[in-house]
Design a protein around this ligand. Structure first.
Ligand code: PFF
Length: 451
C-alpha cells in the first residue's frame, strides 16, 4: 500500500485517534441506554457476568478478526470478502453487514433524536415552561421524532463528509474524553445520595438462578451491539489502520473502554433508579418488575432530575442527555461510515456524494420509524440481536476456514512481531475456529427455536 493510495482512501492520523474512534463507535446508546436496561430486566449482576464473558471470550477475538480482515484488504466489508477469495458467495457476508448497519442506523437515529429532545425537555422544565417540556418529551409524537432524527442525521453526515482523520478522528478525540468526565462526575454525585446503596447492591450481587438461555441470548446480542461487531464496522475502521499498529493491543483497548463505560453507566443508572424511588418516583411497573426499556432512561431519570430541583437538577439533566447524545453521535458516525465506504469503494463515487445519498436514504427509513416507533423492537431483534451474532459466526468461519488464521496472524505480525508463535495466537485460533461459532450458533438456535 503506497502512502498516496492510503491517503486518498483515508487513514487514521495516530494510534490514539484510531482507538478513540473505534471506542467511540463502540460506546454509544448500547452502553448507556441498552446495557443498564438489560441489566435491570435480567437480574442485575448475573447478566453482568455473562455479558463480560461474551465480550472477552467472543467479542474480543471477533474484533481482532474484523480488524485484520480490514487492514489486510483496505476495503469496505463487501470488497474485503471479495478480495480474500474468488467465491462469489463470500461478499454476501459483507452485504449482510452493510444491510444490518443501514437498518440499525435507521432506528438508532430515532432514539438518538430522543436524547437531544430531552436536553430541551430538561431546559424547558427548569426554565418554568412545563407544557413545552411535556410537549417535546413525547416520544409518541412522530413529527418531533422526525425533526430530531433529521437533525441527528445532519450532524452525522457533516462529520462523515469530513473524512477519516479530519472528520471522524477529530470529533471523537474531543467527544470521548468529555463523555468520561461527565459520567464520572455524575456517578460520584449519585453514589453519595440516599437510596443509591440499594441500587448498587442490586447491580453487584448476582442472582445466578436468573441465568437462562434467554439471558445468555440477550447478553450475546448486547455484546455484539455494544462492541460494534458482526457487521463490518471494524473491518471498515481497520481498513484505515497503519500496518505498524498492534491489532490485539488496539482490540484490547477498545474492548476494555467499551466494557468499562458500560459498567460505569450501570453504576450510574442502577443507583439512580433507587435514588429516584427514595424521592417518590415509581420504578416498578404494575406487575412488580423494574421499569426498563425506553421508560427507564426517558421517564425515571428525568423525574429524578426534576426532583433534584434548582441548578443541580438543571445541570445533571442537561449534562446527562448531552452525554448520551455525544455517545450516540460517535456511534452513528461509524454506522454511516460502513455503507458510505461501500458506496465510495464499490460504486466509485465521491465521499461527499456517498455521505449525502446514503445518509439521505437511511433517513427515509428513520422517518417511517419516527411515526411507528413500535417497529424499533422488531428491527432491533432481527438486525442487532440476531443479525450481528449471525454476522459474527460467518466472519469466524470465513476467517478460520477460507482465508485461514495463519494469514490473519501474518497480517497482525507487522505490529506484533512473533505473534504467530505466541500463546495468544493459539487461544485465538481455537476461539475463532471452534469456540465462537459453536457458542454463538448454539445460543441463537436454542433461544430462537427452543426457548
Ligand atoms: N456500539 C454502538 C452502541 O453501543 O451504541 C452501536 C453500534 C455502532 C452497533 C456501530 C454496530 C455498529 F457497527
Amino acid at each position: 500500500m503506497s502512502a498516496l493510495e492510503s491517503n486518498t482512501r483515508g487513514a487514521w492520523n495516530s494510534k490514539l485517534g484510531f482507538i478513540l474512534a473505534a471506542a467511540g463507535s463502540a460506546v454509544g446508546l448500547g452502553n448507556i441506554w441498552r446495557f443498564p436496561t438489560e441489566v435491570a430486566s435480567n437480574g442485575g449482576a448475573a447478566f453482568l457476568i455473562i455479558y463480560l464473558l461474551c465480550c472477552f471470550l467472543v467479542g474480543f477475538p471477533v474484533m481482532m478478526a474484523e480488524l485484520s480482515i480490514g487492514r489486510r484488504t483496505r476495503k469496505n466489508p463487501v470488497g474485503a470478502f471479495r478480495a480474500l477469495s474468488d467465491n462469489k458467495l463470500y461478499p454476501l457476508i459483507g452485504m449482510w453487514g452493510v444491510l444490518c448497519g443501514v437498518m440499525i442506523l435507521s432506528f438508532y437515529l430515532v432514539v438518538a433524536g430522543w436524547t437531544v429532545s430531552y436536553i430541551f425537555e430538561e431546559l424547558f422544565f427548569f426554565m418554568g415552561m412545563p407544557e413545552w417540556s411535556t410537549y417535546i418529551a413525547d416520544t409518541g409524537n412522530g413529527v418531533i421524532n422526525a425533526v430530531f432524527a433529521v437533525l441527528f442525521m445532519g450532524a452525522t453526515i457533516s462529520i462523515v463528509v469530513g473524512g477519516v482523520s479530519e472528520g471522524i478522528e477529530r470529533a471523537t478525540k474531543l467527544l470521548m474524553p468529555l463523555l468520561i468526565l461527565i459520567l464520572v462526575g455524575m456517578i460520584i454525585y449519585s453514589l453519595t445520595q440516599p437510596g443509591s446503596g440499594v441500587g448498587l447492591s442490586e447491580y453487584l450481587n448476582p442472582d445466578f438462578s436468573q441465568i437462562t438461555p434467554g439471558l445468555v441470548f440477550a447478553a450475546m446480542g448486547q455484546a455484539f451491539f455494544s462492541l460494534s461487531l458482526g457487521m463490518g464496522a471494524l473491518i471498515t475502521y481497520g481498513s484505515y489502520l497503519d500496518r505498524k499498529e498492534n491489532i490485539p493491543e488496539a482490540a484490547a483497548y477498545v474492548t476494555f473502554a467499551d466494557v468499562g463505560i458500560a459498567f460505569l453507566a450501570g453504576l450510574l443508572i442502577m443507583p439512580a433508579m433507587y435514588m429516584a424511588q427514595a424521592k417518590g418516583v415509581p420504578i416498578f411497573d404494575e406487575s412488580g418488575n423494574l421499569i426498563a426499556g425506553v421508560a427507564l432512561i426517558f421517564q425515571v431519570l428525568p423525574e429524578l432530575f426534576h426532583s433534584m430541583g434548582g441548578m443541580l437538577g438543571l445541570f445533571f439533566g442537561v449534562m446527562f442527555f448531552a452525554l448520551l447524545s455525544m455517545a450516540a453521535l460517535t456511534s452513528t458516525i461509524s454506522l454511516l461510515e460502513v455503507p458510505v465506504s461501500y458506496a465510495i469503494d464499490e460504486h466509485k463515487i465521491t465521499r461527499k456524494k456517498a455521505s449525502f445519498v446514503v445518509g439521505g436514504s437511511i433517513l427515509i427509513i428513520s422517518l417511517i420509524i419516527s411515526f411507528n416507533t413500535s417497529l424499533i423492537g422488531t428491527i432491533d431483534l432481527i438486525f442487532s440481536q440476531v443479525g450481528l451474532p449471525l454476522g459474527g459466526i460467518l466472519i469466524c468461519l470465513f476467517l478460520g476456514y477460507v482465508w485461514k488464521t495463519e494469514n490473519a496472524l501474518e497480517e497482525m505480525d507487522s505490529g506484533y512481531p512473533g505473534i504467530g508463535n505466541s500463546l495468544l495466537a493459539k487461544v485465538w485460533r481455537f476461539l475463532i475456529m471452534i469456540f465462537c461459532p459453536l457458542v454463538i450458533l448454539y445460543n441463537l438456535l436454542s433461544t430462537l427455536f427452543f426457548d
